[in-house]
Ligand binder design. Structure first.
Ligand code: M6R
Length: 359
């Protein structure tokens, strides 16, 4: 039931602070330590490499997760698009462990990989929002996202739930052998900060609607740019925009623009820069200046500690590894309001289904 909301997508965007709190309740004890199936952790600990396999938005959540597993649990992690991995399996490490990220648990492309993985007798975990879904039943282990039903075709709260649960799991793996990065990472406090930060963003809907009308409503194309985690989020926010507003949007590693794509910049082409990582903030700012000099209409989404007076959207500060949970929200709302103001059916974009059960 969407209650007073015009579309499920907006309701689901608004539910994200509570989803963060729910995951904290379900998976963290009072001391803030993860409570995760011991058998799963022992199996994960034997792995020399994690392979995250997913499609679409879940793939984008995997890109963020890989950085969490590497930095908090010190385990090499690769992320793959399901439909590619299924028919072009790369050389694997000696002891691989597979993580399937899938909101629905029914994505055919991901299931095809799981069938191959099971044939090769490798251990696997499905992280899904749907209990008893196909990928949940067929994997060795399951962790649930507890995000509540996601009805809008465009995924929002499942993406942030996946990242939050990956952060918890990464801490849990690192804690098994007492790694300092995992011990020092207060995921409970971070999720509380993230929940409050998300609330502050969703309370600013008018700002995002005005921005969407000004920059995105009449443009044929748009770019999201960033580096590292910000690049991962730029891929997701571009997907949101194209999926429901039909603006041709691309996420780019900001350093790559000058290697070709900058040729597309014309007067008023929207370029949205995401800046949340200290080590690359200055570089992305220069890239934005380069496109602005060629006429682009630039918008910045920047964390508080890196913000300058001229920035467009300022995000509350959280641990640098958790910024994706906040930096994605403006992109979700910009896509929503672009679609809404075009008079489109936000929840049911053309040519798309909520779960893709064919390859
Ligand atoms: O249910 P899944 O997470 O496996 O679905 C994967 C993609 O089909 C899905 O994320 C799709 O990209 C969304 N519509 C994006 O908003």
């Amino acid at each position: 039931d969407k209650g007073t909301y015009p579309f499920y997508m907006l309701k689901e965007i608004d539910e994200q602070p509570n989803v963060m709190r729910k995951l904290s309740q379900v998976y963290l004890n009072d001391a803030g330590n993860p409570v995760i199936n011991e058998d799963l952790l022992a199996t994960l600990k034997q792995a020399d490499r994690l392979y995250i396999v997913a499609a679409g938005t879940s793939y984008h959540a995997g890109l963020v997760g890989a950085k969490l597993f590497e930095s908090l649990a010190n385990v090499p992690t690769e992320v793959h698009v399901s439909s590619e991995f299924a028919y072009n399996q790369p050389l694997l490490s000696a002891h691989p462990f597979f993580i399937f990220l899938t909101q629905s648990g029914e994505t055919a492309d991901s299931r095809e990989v799981l069938l191959n993985v099971n044939e090769q007798k490798f251990p696997s975990l499905t992280i899904t929002n749907v209990p008893n879904s196909t990928l949940s039943r067929e994997a060795t282990y399951t962790l649930l996202l507890h995000a509540g039903p996601e009805i809008a075709v465009a995924s929002t709260k499942a993406y942030t739930a996946q990242i939050a649960l990956e952060a918890i799991l990464a801490k849990a793996i690192g804690m098994v052998d007492g790694q300092a990065a995992a011990k020092d990472f207060d995921v409970k406090q971070q999720l509380a900060l993230v929940a409050n930060g998300m609330q502050a963003l969703v309370d600013e809907k008018d700002t995002f609607e005005a921005l969407a009308k000004d920059a995105l409503l009449h443009t044929p194309n748009a770019f999201y740019i960033g580096r590292g985690l910000d690049y991962d989020v730029s891929l997701e926010t571009a997907l949101k925009l194209k999926e429901i507003s039909y603006v041709q949007a691309e996420g780019f590693a900001s350093g790559e623009l000058k290697h070709g794509t900058i040729a597309l910049i014309e007067k008023d082409t929207p370029v949205i820069g995401i800046i949340t990582q200290k080590n690359t903030a200055g570089l992305t700012r220069s890239n934005l200046q380069e496109v602005a000099a060629r006429g682009a209409k630039t918008i910045t989404i920047v964390t508080d500690d890196l913000a300058k007076p001229e920035d467009t959207i300022v995000l509350p500060a959280v641990d640098e590894r958790m910024t994706a949970l906040l930096s994605v929200v403006p992109g979700q709302l910009l896509a929503y309001y672009t679609s809404l103001n075009k008079g489109l059916d936000v929840d049911k974009p053309r040519n798309l289904a909520k779960s893709v059960t064919v390859e």
